[in-house]
Ligand binder design. Sequence first.
Ligand SMILES: [Zn+2]
Length: 81
Amino acid sequence: MCPQKITLGELRSSGVRGLLIYCADYRCSRSTVISADRWPDHVRLSDLEPKFTCKACGHRGADVRPLFAVDKPASGYPAHG
Ligand SMILES: [Zn+2]
């Protein structure tokens, strides 16, 4: 499955509450984390990508990835990277 086709409703149903936004300019690669709560369930990640403008370099467009829960320590689950 292409992750860009995933809707926010599907992400929320799998426990994702936030989104990682990466600057689409690889020379900048600034990233930030935002809450996904502000958009309705039918919105896809690919719908959001053109909406972002990088605050660091002003580049329009971003890579949007689901932010899987990292705030709870997962015992027995090694964290790589
Ligand atoms: Zn940037």
